[in-house]
Write a protein that binds this ligand. Structure first.
Ligand SMILES: Cc1cc2nc3c(=O)[nH]c(=O)nc-3n(C[C@H](O)[C@H](O)[C@H](O)COP(=O)(O)OP(=O)(O)OC[C@H]3O[C@@H](n4cnc5c(N)ncnc54)[C@H](O)[C@@H]3O)c2cc1C
Length: 392
C-alpha cells in the first residue's frame, strides 16, 4: 500500500476544503485534499452567490481575492416584495456593512488556481475514503486512487466533504447528535445569460409561492421559484418558468424582466440540519458536512467560510504556538455561530414561503410580520445585521 504523510488530511475539494488548504499552506502547514469528483464536475456545480464581508476578508487573506475584487458586485441592500409592493432593506445605512455577489463556481475556480500555483496536493476521483484512528494518536485516511489502495498518515483530518460525505458518520452514533427540519417544498433555480431584473436581489413573497431574483454578474442572472417537492425539472419548460416568475414579482419588475434560454435548471430541496459536536478527537467537521441551511438567507457558503476561519486559526495556534485552546474550543465556537445562522435562515424561510398546511391565522401572522418589517427600522436592522453576517 502506498502511504504518504501530511499534517492535515482534508476530505472534500469544495470551497471549505480548498479554502482551508490554501490558508494552512500559506502558513507552512502541509495538507492533502481528497476529492471524490473530477475537477470539471466540481467546477460545473451552480450553487451559492452571495458572500458576507467576513467571507470576503477571509478569501482576501487566503490570497485569492483579486478576481473577486474586480468582478464581484457589492450590494448595499436588498428588496423584499409582497402583494405587489416592495421595500428596500438598506444594509449600509442600517449596519455600515454590505455583501458581495460573486458566484461559488468562480470562487472555487480561483481556489483551484491558487492551489495549483503553490503545487497543492489535490487528488481527484478518489474512492472508498475511510477515516481511521482519530480517537488515538495514529490518525490516518485510507482510500482508492487510480486503481490502487492508498493511505495518508496525518495529525488531523478535516471533514469538508459536504452533507453526503463520509466524515460525519465516522463520529460514533453514541456521540453524534443530529437536528433536522425538512421543508415541504424545493427551489427550482434557473441560470440565464440575461441582465438581472434589478441591481439588487428581490425576495418575493406571493400567494403562489416564494420567488427570488438573484444574479452572478451583470450578464448572468439566477432566478428561483418555490415549487412542490414532487415537481421535476422536466415539468418546467423555460417558458413556464418565466411566466410563473412574472406572476410572483411586483408588476414593475415583471414588466422589465429580460428572459432567455436557460443555461442551467435544477431543483434543490430545502433543509435545516446541524450535527453536534463538530470535533471528535482528531477529526473536525467543516461546512456542509456539519450543517445545512435553506438558501433563503444566503448562508450555506458563508457558514463554510466561518468554520474554516475558526479551524484554520485553531490549527495555526496548535502548530505555531503549541496552544490547543482553539482546537478544544472549535466545536463550541463554530456551533454558536452556526445556530444563529440556522435561526436566521429558518426565519427568512418561514417569513417568505407558502407552506402547504398554513392556516388563515398563519397567513395573517406572515402578513403582519412583513408589514412590521416594512415599517420598523429596528426590525430592518436585525435582518440587515444577520444578512451581512454576524462577526466571527
Ligand atoms: C444544489 C445546491 C444549491 C445551493 N445553492 C445555494 C445558494 O443559492 N446560496 C447559498 O448560500 N448556498 C447554496 N448552497 C449551499 C452551498 O453551496 C454550500 O453550503 C457550500 O457548497 C458548502 O461548501 P462545502 O465545501 O462545505 O461543501 P460542498 O460544496 O458540498 O463540497 C464538498 C465536497 O466534498 C466532496 N465529497 C463528498 N463526499 C466525499 C468523499 N467521500 N470523499 C471525498 N470527497 C467527497 C464533494 O464532491 C464536494 O466537492 C447550495 C447547495 C446545493 C447542494
Amino acid at each position: 500500500m502506498n502511504t504518504i504523510r501530511t499534517q492535515v488530511a482534508i476530505i472534500g475539494g469544495g470551497p471549505a476544503g480548498l479554502l482551508l488548504s490554501q490558508l494552512l499552506e500559506r502558513k507552512g502547514i502541509d495538507t492533502v485534499v481528497l476529492e471524490r469528483r473530477s475537477r470539471d464536475y466540481v467546477l460545473a456545480r451552480i450553487r451559492a452567490g452571495v458572500l458576507e464581508s467576513g467571507a470576503v476578508d477571509l478569501i482576501r487573506e487566503a490570497g485569492v481575492g483579486a478576481r473577486m475584487q474586480r468582478e464581484g458586485i457589492v450590494h448595499d441592500g436588498t428588496f423584499i416584495a409582497a402583494s405587489n409592493r416592495g421595500f428596500r432593506i438598506d444594509f449600509r445605512q442600517l449596519t455600515g456593512g454590505s455583501v458581495m455577489v460573486y458566484g461559488q463556481t468562480e470562487l472555487t475556480q480561483d481556489l483551484y488556481q491558487a492551489r495549483d500555483a503553490m503545487n497543492g496536493k489535490i487528488l481527484h476521483e478518489v474512492d472508498e475514503v475511510r477515516i481511521h484512528g482519530v480517537d488515538s494518536d495514529a490518525a490516518h485516511v485510507s482510500f482508492r486512487w487510480q486503481g490502487r489502495e492508498r493511505r495518508i498518515a496525518c495529525d488531523y483530518v478535516a471533514g469538508c466533504d459536504g452533507f453526503h460525505g463520509i466524515s460525519r458518520n465516522t463520529i460514533p452514533a453514541s456521540v453524534l447528535r443530529e437536528f433536522e427540519r425538512v421543508y415541504p417544498f424545493g427551489w427550482l433555480g434557473l441560470l440565464s445569460a440575461t441582465p438581472p431584473v434589478s441591481d439588487e436581489l428581490i425576495y418575493a413573497s406571493h400567494a403562489r409561492g416564494f420567488a427570488l431574483c438573484s444574479m452572478r454578474n451583470p450578464a448572468l442572472s439566477r432566478y428561483y421559484l418555490q415549487v412542490p417537492l414532487q415537481d421535476s425539472v422536466e415539468q418546467w419548460s423555460d417558458e413556464l418558468f418565466w411566466e410563473e416568475l412574472r406572476r410572483r414579482l411586483p408588476a414593475a419588475a415583471a414588466e422589465t424582466l429580460v428572459t432567455g434560454e436557460s443555461v442551467e435548471k435544477s431543483i434543490a430541496p430545502l433543509r435545516s440540519f446541524v450535527a453536534e459536536p463538530m470535533r471528535w478527537g482528531r477529526l473536525f467537521l467543516c461546512g456542509d458536512a456539519a450543517h445545512i441551511v435553506p438558501p433563503t438567507g444566503a448562508k450555506g457558503l458563508n457558514l463554510a467560510a466561518s468554520d474554516v476561519y475558526y479551524l484554520s486559526r485553531a490549527l495555526l495556534q496548535h502548530y505555531h504556538e503549541q496552544d490547543d485552546h482553539g482546537i478544544d474550543d472549535y466545536s463550541a465556537t463554530a456551533l454558536s455561530r452556526v445556530w444563529k445562522a440556522e435561526r436566521f435562515s429558518w426565519s427568512m424561510t418561514r417569513l417568505l414561503h407558502r407552506f402547504p398546511d398554513q392556516s388563515d391565522f398563519d397567513l395573517r401572522m406572515q402578513q403582519a410580520e412583513l408589514e412590521y418589517l416594512e415599517s420598523s427600522l429596528a426590525a430592518q436592522t436585525a435582518l440587515a445585521e444577520n444578512y451581512i453576517g454576524l462577526p466571527y
